[in-house]
Design a protein around this ligand. Sequence first.
Ligand code: GLA
Length: 702
Amino acid sequence: MIQYDDHKKIWVLETAQTSYALGVSDSGTINHIYYGEKLPKLSDYPDAKNEQEWASFTSGEGMSREEFMGWCKPKYTEPCIKATFQDGVRDVVLTYVDHTIEENALTIHLKDVYYALHFKLLYRVIPECDIFERTVEVINVSDYPIVLESILTGSLHLPREKEYRLTFLSGKWVGESQIQEVMVPKTKMVLESRRGATSHETNPVIFLDANALATEDVGDVYTAALAFSGNWKMVVEKNAIDTIKISAGINDFDFSWHLKPRELFKTPAMVLSYTNKGFGHASRNLHQYQMKYVLPNEHNNDLRKVLYNSWEATFFDVNEEGQSDLAERAAAIGVELFVMDDGWFGERSSDLAGLGDWTVNTKKFPNGLEGLINKVNALGMDFGLWVEPEMVNPDSNLYRQHPEWAYHFETRKPTEARNQLVLNLAREDVRQYLFEVLDQLLSENNITFIKWDLNRSISEPGYPSAPLEEQREIWVRHARGVYELVNRLKENHPDVIFQSCSGGGGRCDFGILQYFDQVWVSDNTDAFDRLMIQEGFSMAYCPKIMESWVTEEMNWVNKRKLSLKYRFHVAMMGNLGIGADLTKWTWEEEQEATQLISLYKEIRETIQHGQHYRLLSPRKGILTAVEYINKDLSEVVIFVFLHSNHFMEPLPRIKAQGLEEDAVYYIQGTQLYLSGKALMKIGIEVMLKGDFDSTLIRLMKQ
Ligand code: GLA
C-alpha cells in the first residue's frame, strides 16, 4: 500500500484504484508529485523537485507543490504553518528529518531548520474507499512557548489543467446544503466558518473536476473535506503558473495557540478522495468511508429506528398528558422511538428562559420524566430527549449563578440570539457541570436517544479569566469540548444514539460524525425543498445519518401543500421520522402512514446500508430520482418525484444504475421481469401526473 523509493526519495501511497505520490525536494521540503489513477510501476513517478524560479516576484520554491508549507522565504500562497518563536522570529523553515511506514500509515517527520519545533505529517490509506486521511502533529521540543498563528492540516495540488470547476455546498437556515458550482478563477477563494461551528452557510467539503467535464457517472473528481466542527477554512488558489492548490484546516481568523514546551497540537483530519467515475462515485466513496471508519462504531451495524419528534406538533407546549397522547398515536402507526423536543425542563415555556437548567419541569411532568418514559416504553417504543447543552438563557438559574460561564468581553454586553448566550466550553468547570447533569439525566432515565441542538453561533468570544495569550484558543477548545463531552457520555452510556442538530443542519461534518450517530439536516420540512437539501447533503453524507420527518400537509416554510405519500417518500430517503401533530390526523391518514412505515421497515436495510445513486437531480428537469441498492445487488429501491407536468411532455424513463447486467430483476407490482442491463439502458416508465406526484419502485433480483 505504501512504497518508498530511497533513490528518488519519494513515497507512493495506493488505494484500490488511486495513488498519491510525494517526495523530498532538493531544499528538504515535502512536495506533491501525483494524485490520480494508480500507475503500474514505482519508476513511473517523477521526483519531487522544486519549480524553477522564473521572476523575482515568483520564487521557484514559492511556486512548488508543498504538502505542508511553512510561512517563510518568498512564499505567498496559503501557508499551513505560521508561527512566532520566543525571540520574535516569525519564519518557519521546514526540512525533512525521517519517516516511518506502517501497513497503511506513513509518518513524515519534519522540523524547523533552527528552532526545536517538530512536525509529523500523518497519512492514512483507506484502500477500499479510495480515501486518504491526513493529519499533522506539531510538537514544541524547545523550552519556550511558541505561538501558532495558523496551523492548517495540509495542501493538495491538482494536476495542471486548463480550468477546474469547484462544486461545494452552501446555504442558510432552512436552506442548507445547496449545490453550488463555479469555475475556479485565477485568484484565491476562501470557504470558511467564523461562527464557532460548521455553519449552515458553507460545509467543509469541496469537489473539483477538470474543465467541468465530470458528470454523476463519469469523469475525474477530486474531493477534499475537513473533519472539524469549529471555525474551519478551505482555500482554493490558482497561482501564476495555473496550478491549483487546496488548503484546509482550522481557521486562522482570530486564532492563536500558545504551544507550551513539550506540548503537542494535533490538527483535524483532511479527507481526500479521487475517482474517475464522476460525482456519484465520489459520494459513494465518502458514504462508505463514513459508515466504516468515521461514525461511532457501537451503532454501525444497527438500523436506525423510525422516530417521532414532538417539535412541530407542540413546540414548547409539552406536558405528560399531551406527550402521552402523541406517543399512543405514534406507537399505533408503527413508530419505534419517541423523541420529546424542547420545553420539558426548567422554566422553559418559550425560548425566553430555562436553557442551562437541565432538570425536569414538574409542573408539566408531575411524575418526572419517568412517568412519560414508562408510558412510552410500555407502548413498545424507545424514548429520546432534546437538549441544548452549550447554551444558557440569561433567565435561568445557571446564568444567575454563573454569568461568567458564558463567552463575554468584560466591557461589552454579550449579544443574545434567540434570547440565549453560549457557554464557554473551553472551561473545564463548564464541561464538568454539563457532563454531570447529562450523565445524571441518562443514568436516572431510560433514554436511548439524545437530540443535541445548537441554536446560535458564538459571538463576543471573550474568556477574560484565561491568560491573555490563550484567549484565542477558544475556537478550537469549544469544538474539542463538545467532542470530549459526547465521548465521555458515550463511554458511560454506550447504547445512546446522539443526533447532531444546529437549528437544522448547522453542524454536520466529518469531525462531528466521529461522535454523533445521525444528523438533523434542516428545520425546513417542506418535502419539495427537502429534495434539494437532501441531494446536496448526499454529495458528502450517507443516507443512514440523514434524519427526515413527515410533517403537516401544509408546511410552515412555504405554505405548500403536499400529499402524505409524497411527504413520506421524501422522508423515507434517509432515516424516517414523523414530526406532524398526530392528534389532527384522520383515520385514513393513520392507515396510509401505517402502511408506509411498514414498507419503510421492509426497505430500510437497503436505504440505510446500501449504495446510493442520484439518478435525476431536482435541480435539472421535472423528475427527481434516487436509487438505493443493497450490498449483494439483489434489492433496489428507487424514489421518483414529479415537479409539475407541462405541455403534455413525456417524462424521461428512469434508468437504474449499479445492477448486475445479466441478472433478472422483477419490478414489483407489475408483470415485468427484465435484465439488469435493460433496466439500466432502456429504463423504467413512470406514470406520474400533475404537480408533486411521487412513486417508489422496487426491483428484486430473481
Ligand atoms: C431547533 C431545532 C428544532 C427544534 C428547536 C427547539 O430549531 O432545529 O428541530 O428542536 O430547535 O427549540
